[in-house]
Write a new protein. Structure first.
Length: 457
């Protein structure tokens, strides 16, 4: 009897140890999934195939994960729903916008039950004081423009390290504490920042193609938009919005130049090609983050002109630093040809290959695009076209990226392959129209986003 009682006691002790170990591992997992970063600490500076029918809606109806898709991420893992790359210092705002409220209007890809934001002071040599901040669900477009009005009951004050105010050091960034909020899929959020004192130049993203607003005084808690009398077409300080979502399967980052940024698409209409991709992936609970910067280049820095650091320099921050990233789609290189005058295609493809190496070091899959036609653009000549052709030849070879989406083939005029198809041309011979962006967003093969063997570089 004594021996049996001893075995029972030993078994109970083993069970307790297992429970304790499990709790420690679970707690470590929470930290690894990024909850520790929510405390507000600061830091310094497819292959031309059409979209297949993936059957995801039927799979969800049967309560199972779609074939070929990753299982949902942990309920405690953050996933990006929106992002914008810091592109430079805002012209005409050398001391910021003291005494004003900045209401950034952004459009989500996936929703969630809690939200946090990231702010950047990257391009300022001076500290930035955020006196108060808030987030709310927006009413959406009103009269053809984004609205500054919030949905009743959704206004949340944001804190940083549990305090309502925070100072960002020169070149620094900060992530807010999370707040509970029912964030919609494909809806607008209002992220409002009050900057009470002068600061340095504003870190911003031009060509937002979304109307945001400025107001005088601290209007961070305003539900109505009456005080927001000054519309603006840029995003200021805000670089990321993340959500908690039990069904989230990670995020895809689109990385590129003005074509990814959506230049010349319709204002306040969310018709960039990453927006079209986000709508296709919504039922699969995959976030899509747009890290395009107009004028951006693979090899050359142009932040002084508002065109951002080079792709090679900003990739870690703007792609690998985003929450839940699993795959990146790269469409970059045209500006190296048209703006930097690069005539050696091997230099461009070497830079693109370096992006793939950086991604692989973090376990991120890379889909790369061919460079689209610009035959009707003023920068076209025999030399620039030859460089584009040779870059595309190397990309199609499979030696640069894990997989290829042939946007050149998707957009080119079959009767004049060096030009955009007329219906896809916005009018400048380089940037797609709304129809062209829609064709790009639909052309990407969703199966190419699945995990496969990495390219042999």
């Amino acid at each position: 009897m004594t021996r049996h009682r001893g075995f029972a006691l030993l078994g109970a002790l083993v069970g307790v140890v297992a429970l304790v170990c499990g709790a420690i591992i679970a707690g470590y997992g929470l930290l690894e999934n990024g909850l520790s970063t929510a405390s507000g600490t600061t830091s310094g500076p497819g292959t031309g195939r059409g979209s297949p029918a993936d059957g995801s809606r039927d799979a969800r109806a049967q309560g199972r994960t779609p074939v070929g898709r990753a299982a949902p991420a942990s309920a405690d893992a953050w996933t990006g729903t929106w992002a914008a790359a810091p592109a430079g210092a805002e012209p005409g705002a050398p001391i910021g916008h003291p005494g004003r409220s900045i209401r950034n209007v952004v459009h989500t890809s996936i929703g969630g039950t809690s939200v946090r934001i990231t702010l950047s002071n990257l391009y300022s040599p001076s500290a930035l004081l955020i006196g108060r901040a808030s987030v709310a669900v927006g009413q959406g477009s009103r009269g053809g423009a984004s609205s500054a009005e919030a949905v009743a009951g959704t206004m949340r004050q944001l804190t940083f390290g549990r305090g309502p105010a925070v100072t960002l050091p020169p070149g620094g960034q900060i992530t807010s504490d999370p707040v509970p909020l029912r964030v919609p899929y494909g809806g607008d959020l209002l992220v409002t920042l009050y900057t009470p004192t002068p600061s340095g130049p504003v870190t911003y993203h031009p060509h937002a193609l979304q109307t945001s607003y400025l107001a005088t005084g601290d209007r961070t808690q305003d539900l109505d938009g009456a005080a927001y009398t000054e519309p603006t077409t840029v995003w200021r300080y805000l670089t990321a919005v993340d959500v908690l979502n039990r069904e989230a399967r990670g995020a895809i980052v689109t990385f590129g130049d003005s074509i990814t940024d959506g230049l010349r698409s319709s204002q306040d209409a969310n018709r960039r090609w990453p927006d079209i991709l986000a709508a296709r992936l919504r039922d699969q609970h995959i976030g899509v983050l747009n890290e395009g910067i107009s004028g951006n280049r693979v090899l050359w820095d142009a932040a002084g002109h508002g065109n951002g650091a080079s792709g090679v320099a900003r990739f870690r921050r703007d792609v690998l630093g985003r929450a839940g990233v699993k795959t990146v789609v790269i469409d970059l290189g045209i500006n190296d040809i048209l703006r930097s005058g690069e005539t050696d295609p091997a230099r461009i493809t070497a830079g693109l290959t370096e992006l793939t190496r950086q991604a692989h070091a973090r376990g991120v899959r890379v889909i790369g695009s061919t460079l689209t036609p610009f035959g009707a653009h003023r920068g076209y000549n025999a030399v620039t076209e030859s460089v584009r052709d040779r870059v595309n030849e190397e990309i199609r070879s499979g030696r640069v990226f894990d997989d290829v989406v042939d946007f050149d083939r998707a957009l080119r005029d079959p009767y004049a392959p060096d030009r955009l198809r007329p219906v896809y041309d916005s009018g400048d011979g380089l940037h797609p129209s709304d129809a062209g962006y829609r064709a790009m967003g639909r052309y990407l093969d969703l199966q190419a986003l699945d995990d496969k063997a990495p390219a042999q570089l």
